[in-house]
Design a binder for this molecule. Structure first.
Ligand code: SF4
Length: 350
């Protein structure tokens, strides 16, 4: 890396602040990004230590009313076998997750109206009685719906912005609006959720400049949790095909986010491991401090197919738990025993 990059990284380490141009400069650097990754790892260690938070994902429905061009769950995908898990079974999965030692469950689905506010709030409050943190990742809702889920005890909400480039957003997410998505994130934040967001890196038509703007946007919210995933082409979608691997670029985006937001929770994402067999471990050594193992039962998980080649689709929840534990030990890190809230909000968690 050249002197320019060195001085930008030094500034980021000192002030945790960069402007769009400086972020773009790091993204455009073609050579080794080793220093960026090691600096991000040092910042993670300084602010958060070596503990890794595990979040158990329960993918409870792969129905979605939206039609995002890049996503296998899109309504128009006729090749996907659809499933819904009934509330009692979702609660049972959460109970099992607790027994495996997880302190957080992430309830994830497409945008599926089958789960009314009444159904969801009952699921949430019953799971909260297990004394574990609840994260929702169920898409765009009204302010009143977000409020109802928060009142029922939900601690965190994940809503990826995907991209902040309006032209690209309109092209990739038909009938959705970037303004509304940003409003949703604003509402989530206002309601006191720990707020998670992120982008997809490598979307067709995306530029490094727009990624730099995305990073600035995430910092402006500011988010409490980040999830950055590489774009993986799904042949069951209408999006243009690419064989390009966006692992390295995703890792750079993730590492820059760590420099700018030193104490937030950042996931080593499943998508990263799908495009690189050591993806999650590399991410954990480049700024990440969270892993989200899949706790969905085997009969369902193979149908939650946002992109092809997803890891662990034939593994049981108990296998995933011990597998990730061994991987974490192999890099001399350990599993945190707490609920893993963003440290600024530790006292607020229920
Ligand atoms: S990205 Fe989300 S909202 Fe869009 S189709 Fe996929 S699951 Fe639905």
């Amino acid at each position: 890396m050249g002197n320019d990059i060195d001085s930008i990284l030094n500034k980021a380490v000192k002030y945790h602040n960069l402007d769009e141009k400086e972020i773009l400069c790091i993204l455009e650097e073609k050579k080794e990004s080793k220093r960026l990754f090691s600096v991000a790892d040092e910042i993670r260690k300084k602010y958060l230590g070596d503990g890794i938070h595990l979040r158990a994902i329960i993918e409870f429905s792969n129905y979605c009313k939206q039609n995002c061009l890049y996503c296998g769950l899109r309504k128009g995908n006729k090749y996907l076998t659809r499933y819904r898990i009934e509330p009692q079974e979702i609660i049972e999965s959460a109970r099992k997750a607790k027994n495996y030692g997880y302190k957080t469950v992430v309830l994830q689905s497409g945008e599926d109206s089958y789960y009314s506010v009444d159904k969801m709030t009952k699921i949430i409050s019953t799971i909260k009685d297990l004394d574990i943190a609840v994260t929702l990742s169920i898409g765009e809702k009204t302010f009143e719906e977000y409020k109802a889920y928060r009142d029922a005890g939900t601690d965190r909400y994940l809503l990826k912005i995907e991209t902040t480039n309006e032209i690209l957003y309109n092209k990739l997410d038909p009938k959705m609006s970037l303004t509304n998505r940003m409003q949703c994130l604003e509402n989530i934040k206002k309601l006191g959720y720990e707020t998670g967001s992120g982008i997809i890196v490598g979307l067709p038509g995306q530029t490094l400049k727009s990624i730099a703007k995305d990073i600035m946007y995430l910092k402006s919210i500011p988010i409490d949790m980040a999830g950055i995933g590489p774009f993986i082409y799904n042949p069951s979608t209408p999006i243009e095909s690419t064989k390009e691997n966006f692992f390295e670029l995703s890792l750079k985006v993730m590492a820059i986010i760590r420099l700018l937001m030193p104490d937030i929770n950042i996931a080593a994402t499943t998508a990263m491991e799908t495009v690189n067999s050591r993806g999650r471990l590399i991410a954990l050594q480049s700024g990440a401090n969270v892993v989200m193992p899949n706790t969905t039962e085997v009969i369902y998980r193979k149908h939650y197919k946002i992109y092809p080649g997803k890891i662990c689709i034939n593994d049981s929840p108990s296998h995933c738990r011990s597998c990730i534990e061994n991987k974490i030990k192999s890099i001399n890190r350990y599993i945190s025993m707490g609920k893993g809230s963003h440290i600024k909000q530790k006292r607020g968690i229920k």
